[in-house]
Design a protein around this ligand. Structure first.
Ligand code: FRU
Length: 489
């Protein structure tokens, strides 16, 4: 049995530490305490949304992996449930080892049962990674299958990195993609099954093209519009870390024919995205709103890791993926203010917190218009700023370079060295939706063609906010602000 957290028990060692925290988020999902990474097993079952996640409940550091669990009726408020999976069996546990556990995976509904499919990991074993399953009839308590592992190791042409199964059903057959590598490139292995227990390897569904990293974590393959999409989190990719490849899926040959590829989010803190189709038929994506190899200033508060807000993915008329916040986010809005600005002269600033009503969890919706003739300068926002602006987060459009920029280099603790930027063509106006939380910022264009997500760690009292422009006049611009309800515990 488990030497870690007993299934079904609520026991979080360092909850006391969480009483005086400054960075806990208001409306982004976090574990009650301890460490969190990838979203796992996203699914809606009998109306209830389930969010499982990679979790180390005993400390704020990554450790033996458990599956934390939360449920929601509305995608924005979440109830913590008992731990769904704890490392206990030989394929996921070995006494004295810390690099072990129930690694990432997915959930499907099979008849009345909710089934979790995940990777059992024991570092130093051969094979170190196998695929396993656990089932539940109440959606809360899970029993590991007696015949685990359901896939006992990778085929010999693949590397021993072999994890993060994502399962879906297509025309009466179950399919599973597993992240791996082949030769120098990341790859997704494809399996099929008629009963969710006996799986046949059909080869790699897609291998990297040489520029897409040397191992693909967290693959996710799904139908979208008239196409299919494959999402992967490549390791050691030069210019990216979470890509979506849109193309055609040939189920007969088990191959994916890629057409376009795009970074899902241009921010630093976005990784291991997973999607699911909800009962309304929407394709919803949630990602870990952090990434490996960054500082986690919250560790001193006894916790680390959070999820992005849920985003809906659709394809635009050219079959390019677009990402927008789910409309449910509007339910969080309170205390609305509107700023109608007819003219803001070049090189000036207009306060958008003039009533001092903003908290450190708020949303901005805006359409900024500028005089096209100038063709230069920057238009955008100064956010989470101290009065002297030594601490500030900038979101702006660089008119000359045609780039949307989120500059968090002076945002506070653990600021990165460089701003995040994405090429974006806009002639004379740009509409944005910006979500600020205690320690995060997510910026969406109105079309969803660019998203930038970062963790920021400003002083909690730094909430000054302003519209600014350099070298060009801003004309007829509307800025709506709302505080957002703090609903996450
Ligand atoms: C991605 C990842 C997965 C793995 C999990 C372990 O962030 O490395 O590949 O299953 O985290 O926690």
């Amino acid at each position: 049995m488990s030497r870690c957290l007993k299934k079904g028990r609520r026991h979080y060692k360092n909850t006391d530490q969480l009483e005086n925290t400054v960075y806990r988020l208001g409306y982004h999902f976090m574990a009650p305490s301890g460490w969190l990474n990838d979203p796992n097993g996203l699914i809606q079952h009998k109306g209830i949304y389930h969010l499982f996640y990679q979790h180390h409940p005993y400390s704020a550091d990554w450790g033996p992996m458990h599956w934390g669990h939360a449920t929601s009726k509305d995608l924005i408020t979440w109830q913590h449930e008992s731990i769904a999976l704890a490392p206990s069996e030989t394929y996921e546990y070995e006494a004295g080892k810390t690099e072990i556990g129930c690694f990432s995976g997915s959930a499907v509904i099979n008849g009345e049962e909710l089934v979790l499919i995940y990777t059992g990991h024991v570092e130093g074993r051969e094979p170190k990674e196998v695929q396993a399953a656990a089932t539940s009839s109440d959606g809360i308590h899970f029993t590991k299958n007696k015949n685990n592992p359901i896939i006992a190791g990778p085929s010999s042409e693949l590397s021993d990195d072999f994890r993060d199964p994502k399962v879906w059903k297509y025309e009466n057959t179950w399919y599973m993609v597993v992240g791996t590598s082949k030769g120098e490139n990341g790859a997704a292995a494809l399996y099929s099954s008629k009963n969710l227990e006996d799986w046949n390897y059909t080869g790699t569904v897609l291998e990297g093209d040489g520029t897409q990293g040397d191992m693909w974590e967290c693959p996710d393959l799904f139908p979208i519009g008239e196409k299919h999409a494959l999402i992967v989190s490549p390791m050691n990719m030069e210019n990216g870390k979470n890509i979506i490849i849109v193309g055609e899926m040939d189920y007969a040959s088990g191959t994916f024919i890629p057409e376009t590829s795009k970074e899902i989010d241009e921010g630093i803190d976005f990784y291991a995205a997973q999607t699911f189709a909800d009962e309304k038929g929407r394709r919803i994506l949630i990602a870990w709103m952090d990434t490996w190899d960054t500082d986690f200033p919250t560790k001193k508060e006894g916790w680390a890791g959070a999820m992005t807000i849920p985003r809906e993915i659709t394809l635009d008329s050219g079959n390019h993926p677009v990402f927008l916040p789910v409309p449910e986010m509007k339910e969080l809005r309170i205390e609305h203010e509107r700023y109608q600005i007819e003219m803001l002269k070049a090189d000036s600033v207009r306060n958008i917190n003039s009533n001092k009503n903003l908290t450190n969890s708020f949303e901005i919706q805006t359409e900024i218009k500028w005089k096209k003739e100038e063709g230069k300068g920057r238009v955008g926002f100064i956010l989470r700023a101290s009065n002297d602006r030594k601490e500030q987060t900038l979101v702006y459009y660089d008119i000359e370079k045609q780039k949307l920029v989120v500059d968090t280099t002076n945002s506070g603790e653990s600021s990165p060295a460089l701003p995040c930027e994405v090429s974006l063509k806009r002639e004379d106006s740009l509409a944005l939706q910006i979500f600020i939380d205690t320690s995060s910022i997510e910026v969406f264009t109105e079309k969803g063609d660019a998203v930038i997500t970062n963790r920021i760690y400003p002083n909690p009292s730094h909430i000054e906010a302003a519209l600014f422009t350099t070298k060009t006049d801003i004309i007829s611009t509307t800025v709506d602000t709302w505080n957002l309800k703090k609903v996450i515990k």
